[in-house]
Design a protein around this ligand. Structure first.
Ligand SMILES: Cc1cc2nc3c(=O)[nH]c(=O)nc-3n(C[C@H](O)[C@H](O)[C@H](O)COP(=O)(O)OP(=O)(O)OC[C@H]3O[C@@H](n4cnc5c(N)ncnc54)[C@H](O)[C@@H]3O)c2cc1C
Length: 242
């Protein structure tokens, strides 16, 4: 099938994208890599009245160290993460490039974006899973400015987030990795790996007891989080500090 007709606008800045979103109303959608949205449109499962193309907003495409933390611009592609060779930038986050190579295939990784994956909130997505497991924060920008949302609050369910219709994801921030901690593959994730390629090796990555406690206390434990924990067990190696 072919998509239903839609208006198309290319934004040159985040400000312009927000203006276009406000002008076009709630049936408009941002398009980034188009790797999830375009197939949905082709099947007419999504029929946006207008597309706001943010691909030319160069300042949203970066992978940057900020002290011990990592900042990823919304338009960094999966391939940008997979191939990042800047010294020290992904130090402590080797799980990210190792996971990137499992995302779809090459053309998808060259066009699909980090922010698009997070905004789309597919619970089988590598980035959504890792954002939850590593306790990332999502920076969301709207007409009133930017707000930072913990991933535990951002993901509200399958394909459902705290993002407003007039907002865009501009950055994803990963906190400093906790020392001496690890993510280990569960039996379930090994099963998944046997049936479809997915990241399952034991990787050096933080454990997040605080995030787990917060989730237990929250009546809104997200479907994404639940799905993630079905695939992967977060654990600290024996002898590590609590
Ligand atoms: C064949 C195939 C295989 C795939 N395999 C995998 C896989 O193994 N693992 C995986 O994780 N993903 C997979 N994907 C999905 C892929 O990673 C997409 O790139 C990703 O889910 C969406 O990113 P995008 O930039 O393409 O977003 P788009 O398709 O452009 O947008 C997706 C949604 O997010 C919204 N959006 C996009 N960017 C923003 C933003 N900055 N702010 C607000 N809203 C925004 C759009 O409005 C839309 O609703 C696959 C896709 C295909 C077609």
């Amino acid at each position: 099938m072919k998509p239903a007709s839609f208006a198309y606008h290319r934004a040159a800045s985040v400000g312009e994208a927000l203006e276009l979103l406000a002008r076009e109303g709630e049936d408009a959608k941002v398009i980034a890599g188009g790797q999830s949205l375009v197939p949905l449109m082709a099947f007419r499962l999504a029929r946006p009245s207008a597309l706001i193309d943010i691909n030319r907003i160069a300042e949203l495409r970066y992978v940057r160290r900020d002290g011990d933390a990592l900042r990823i611009g919304a338009l960094a592609t999966h391939r940008d993460i997979e191939t990042n060779a800047e010294p020290g930038v992904l130090e402590g986050y080797s799980i990210l490039p190792r996971a990137a190579r499992f995302i779809g295939h090459y053309p998808i990784r060259t066009r699909g974006t980090f922010g698009g994956s997070i905004a789309h909130a597919d619970p089988t997505s590598e980035w959504c899973m890792l954002a939850r497991l590593l306790d990332a924060e999502i920076v969301v920008t709207g007409a009133q400015g930017s707000r930072t949302v913990a991933s535990s609050d951002f993901f509200r369910g399958v394909f459902t987030t705290a993002l407003g219709v007039d907002e865009v994801v501009t950055e994803v921030r990963f906190p400093a990795p906790a020392p001496r901690s690890a993510i280990s593959a569960s039996a379930r994730s090994k099963e998944r790996s046997a049936s479809s390629s997915s990241p399952t090796d034991a990787w050096a990555a933080p454990s997040h007891p605080e995030a787990e406690a917060r989730e237990k206390a929250s009546p809104r434990a997200s479907a994404i989080s639940t799905a993630c924990r079905a695939w992967v067990t977060v654990s600290a190696p024996a002898g590590s500090a609590p």
